[in-house]
Design a protein around this ligand. Structure first.
Ligand SMILES: [Zn+2]
Length: 272
């Protein structure tokens, strides 16, 4: 049995624009992209929960939009709507599909390694939980609405063989043929399909220090929950690394100060 991934619950209040409490009987899982590359997924969570849910008009018309899950660039999985209720994401499939909005990166809107791993874990686990088949029941938004209406998620629609690989990864994880730490992101430009079955990828050595590239939270515990944030490290700052915490999503460095910080290369450079 596959373990449930770590999910941060950001329950949306009951409201007519995103969480009308209409019962959902799940038959499919629909993948979406949040629309603009390199925008953090928590912003999408905030848009749904704090803007749309309060009644938000565009061109004089209320926006009706929500998603069961949002996956962030660092692999964090947020849940906004219970899977027993419908959301507003997938047009005519809202009545039977769980929706997952996924943050993307780069000009082609591919996925970070952490995001890809979380997508595979969440989809495989949802298929197990809801009795679905990864190869036939994971769909794209475009599968429902057609290419003329929307390319969503745009990377998967433009690279259908990657969508097939993604579904295979989900099926293999669900079946126990591969473990989560062996999942390889097939959406990166230099993807080598041979690596997908490599039994023992070489672990990278621990850097002596890290240099901050972008504003990033440092924390008093090795997790990505709001409650562990104790400050923001600024670009150019350097910290001494004393350890590594292995996590199911993104690993974290333990710093000499006793704080923890992400290993995500978007935010930190290792100094060896
Ligand atoms: Zn979509």
């Amino acid at each position: 049995m596959l373990n449930k991934p770590k999910i941060i619950e950001k329950w949306q209040k009951i409201n007519r624009y995103g969480r009308p409490q209409t019962p959902l009987i799940t038959k499919k899982i629909a993948i979406h992209y949040t629309g603009q590359a390199d925008v953090a997924g928590w912003r999408t969570v905030s848009y749904f929960n704090n803007v749309v849910a309060n009644g938000y008009k565009v061109n004089g018309k209320y926006v009706y939009a929500s998603s069961h899950y949002v996956i962030d660039l660092d692999g964090t999985i947020y849940q906004l709507i219970p899977t027993s209720e419908q959301c507003y994401a997938t047009n005519s499939a809202n009545s039977y599909a769980i929706a997952i909005e996924v943050a993307t990166t780069g000009s082609d809107n591919h996925y970070t390694d952490a995001t890809y791993k979380s997508m595979v874990h969440l989809c495989a686990w949802l298929c197990q939980y809801k009795g679905l088949d990864c190869k036939t029941d994971i769909i794209t938004h475009t599968d429902v609405v057609g290419k003329k209406y929307k390319l969503c998620p745009i990377y998967m629609v433009k690279n259908p063989h990657k969508m097939t690989q993604f579904k295979n990864d989900c099926a293999n994880l669900k079946a126990g043929k591969i473990t989560l730490d062996k999942i390889v992101n097939c959406t990166v430009p230099d993807y080598d399909s041979n690596k997908a079955i490599s039994p023992n990828p070489t672990a990278s050595p621990l850097p002596k220090m890290i240099r901050i590239k972008k504003d990033v939270n440092y924390r008093n515990a090795p997790n990505f929950e709001d409650s562990s944030i104790i400050g923001v490290a600024k670009p150019g700052q350097v910290f001494t690394v004393v350890g590594l915490v292995k996590r199911s999503d993104t690993d974290m460095y333990k710093l000499k100060s006793g704080c923890y910080i992400t290993t995500n290369a978007r935010y930190v450079d290792g100094i060896y």
